[in-house]
Design a binder for this molecule. Structure first.
Ligand code: TRH
Length: 355
């Protein structure tokens, strides 16, 4: 099939991160023809540096088109994905309605572990005026959802990964220090967390990818903590950083999923939303993730994650560290458990079944 994926970059890299990952996977693993429409090419170029600020280009087997206004006069493809409910151009929707065989229109939704997701995943919604049907496709953690984006060979590459070579390339000694990758939003408890680390018993190397937070903290050494700013890498090179580190701080949606595939202890900062909806998402995920954990480990994880997403708490950090070995083992089986529900292949089956 031919796929049009639309991406409206709201902020950060999550919208383009998910759209780009899906586009690459459909094209390169499933042999699909994919055209990705992006309204902000500069964010695209950040996660795919070979990209250029031009109207049409091809990168990694995907056609990238600038989503401009007025929208170009093109014929819609077999499957049309609007990622995260971005509104499609009116003229394009009208063309969809004129096609003899109507395209399959999918709204690829945000990821959430909340229970209601399984009830709405796959739901159809007829267009109020035109002869078109849109389907809601929800990624998620349970079997009744659309699953998660996972490349075929990811676990194989992860398990064959050579940490030492990775550290040397970054010009970092593969020493005994605890290595933490640190991808986060602005956070009032960041300073107290750094203070706890600098005064803690363990030597820590905290790696912050270039960006807003890194430009505020810069690189420094204080007590047992060294903070080092590292380059922002192309999307494919983000996984190895997570595999190499002992603990990963992640955020948003895509890096959150990647940390789970890495199978390491991790801490998630949710994307802040109105009326604290993000805290509901946090708790819903914690309920699933902690379900089969020993109760003391589960309490430590809950306390740490809530501290990082709210009030801060040095004791929570110390407890979290104590359970590293347990969390490592849990991370591996959690990744295994989730890996059976693959979003790209579910999406293909969903669309094939509707043609
Ligand atoms: O950038 P984000 O905060 O994106 C957010 C969320 O997706 C949120 O749900 C959404 O509503 C909002 O954007 C608009 O975090 P996320 O989702 O983890 O995306 C980051 C992407 O950046 C991910 O694909 C990994 C990639 N990345 C790199 O390619 N190189 C890097 O060096 C780093 C640190 C990240």
């Amino acid at each position: 099939m031919n796929w049009d994926i639309f991406c409206n970059v709201v902020d950060n890299y999550g919208d383009i991160g998910v759209s780009w990952r899906l586009a690459r996977q459909l094209a390169n693993e499933y042999g699909q023809k994919v055209r990705l429409w992006v309204d902000d090419l500069s964010s695209f170029c950040r996660i795919c540096p070979e990209g250029e600020m031009i109207e049409t280009q091809h990168c990694r087997g995907v056609e990238i088109r600038q989503w401009s206004s007025p929208f170009p006069d093109v014929l819609p493809f077999d499957v049309v994905i609007e990622s995260f409910g971005c509104r499609l151009p009116e003229s394009y929707v009208e063309k969809m309605a004129e096609m003899p065989e109507k395209p399959i229109w999918i709204n690829l939704e945000y990821l959430s572990a909340e229970d209601w997701v399984k009830d709405v995943h796959g739901m159809p919604s007829p267009h109020p005026k035109l002869p078109l049907m849109k389907y809601f496709f929800f990624p998620g953690f349970s079997e009744k959802t659309g699953g998660l984006l996972l490349e075929k060979d990811l676990f194989e590459r992860r398990d064959a990964f050579d940490r030492k070579t990775f550290w040397r390339k970054l010009d970092i000694e593969p020493d005994q220090r605890l290595k933490i990758s640190f991808f986060c939003y602005e956070n009032p408890v960041l300073e107290p967390l750094f203070e706890a680390w600098q005064e803690g018993d363990e030597k820590i190397l905290c790696l912050i990818p270039e960006g807003k937070i890194a430009s505020e903290t810069g690189s420094f050494s204080r007590g047992n903590l060294e903070v080092r700013v590292i380059p922002f890498v192309p999307q494919e090179e983000f996984d190895p950083l997570l595999w190499a580190c002992d603990i990963n701080f992640v955020r948003g949606e895509d890096s959150f999923v990647r940390a789970q595939w890495a199978g390491k202890p991790f801490v998630w900062q949710t994307y802040p939303q109105e009326e604290e909806a993000h805290l509901k998402k946090l708790d819903a995920f914690l309920s699933l993730y902690c379900e089969n954990m020993d109760s003391s480990v589960a309490s430590a994880v809950r306390a740490m994650w809530r501290a990082w997403n709210g009030n801060g708490n040095a004791a929570a950090w110390r407890d979290f560290l104590k359970f590293r070995a347990e969390l490592d083992a849990h991370g591996k089986s959690w990744a295994e458990q989730l890996s059976g529900n693959n979003l790209a292949s579910n999406l293909l089956d969903f669309c094939r079944g509707r043609r």
